[in-house]
Design a binder for this molecule. Structure first.
Ligand code: PRP
Ligand code: URA
Length: 210
């Protein structure tokens, strides 16, 4: 039976930085920097339960048993906004491969439309960590998870910075085996599918396209 869960962050640094991220005065440069810092902190929590294996190593003085990570990792940013989280995760797991899922929400239906999907050939054997700052209706995340499972991926986690209760429920109900690492759980969605209080459009704020 799956023991996946919603892991809601309570670290003071994460909560402080998310408040700075939300502020409408925060400019593109600071927004990018904050996304990077927040991802680093959530990423630390999201990698806490990675499998460990004993491995023999030799220090300058003697042989000993150290610890290693037997399972390889694949980071999967959801385009566009997930791209802003990649560098932070690569600084934690530098040997990870990076796959990309291109998804946008249709403005009228809010349904996700997939336009790109490129994974390393051995993705099915890796622990996949999906990256997207926003979990709103949950449609984009659910679609990315569906596509990864169709390619045989068994172990999936997702890191989001801000989520709505609606999106969390969708992932918990449709993919109960997926662990969600969430910086802040907000109040609700507005009629246009934006998270309230949220931070606005993450992709636009990250890339300065608003
Ligand atoms: C945003 C965000 C998520 C998605 C979340 O992307 O980065 O991918 O919306 O919404 P959902 O949970 O309702 O699916 P958007 O569709 O704006 O695309 P963009 O990053 O290319 O701007
Ligand atoms: N995507 C965003 O970028 N922001 C939201 O509030 C919802 C979806």
């Amino acid at each position: 039976m799956s023991n996946a869960a919603l892991h809601l962050m309570d670290h003071p640094l994460i909560l402080h930085k998310i408040s700075m991220l939300r502020r409408k005065e925060t400019n593109t440069k600071d927004f990018r920097q904050l996304v990077n810092e927040i991802t680093l902190l959530i990423g630390y929590e999201a990698t806490r339960d990675l499998e460990l294996a004993d491995m023999e190593i030799e220090t300058p003085l003697q042989k000993t048993i150290g610890k290693g990570l037997p399972r390889q990792i694949c980071l999967v940013p959801i385009l566009r906004a997930g791209l802003g989280m990649v560098d932070a995760m690569l600084s934690l797991v530098p040997s990870a491969r990076v796959g990309h899922v291109g998804l946008y929400r249709d403005h009228d239906t809010l349904q996700p439309v997939e336009y790109y999907f490129k994974m390393p050939p051995d993705v099915a054997d890796r622990v996949v960590i999906i990256l997207d700052p926003m979990l709103a209706t949950g449609g984009s995340a659910a679609s990315a998870i569906d596509s990864l499972k169709k390619r045989g991926v068994k172990s999936i986690k997702i890191i989001n910075i801000i989520g709505a209760p609606e999106g969390v429920s969708v992932i918990r109900n449709t993919h109960p085996d997926v662990d969600i690492y969430l910086g802040a759980l907000d109040e609700r969605l507005n009629e246009n599918g934006y998270i309230l209080p949220g931070l606005g459009d993450a992709g636009d704020r990250l890339f300065g396209t608003m």
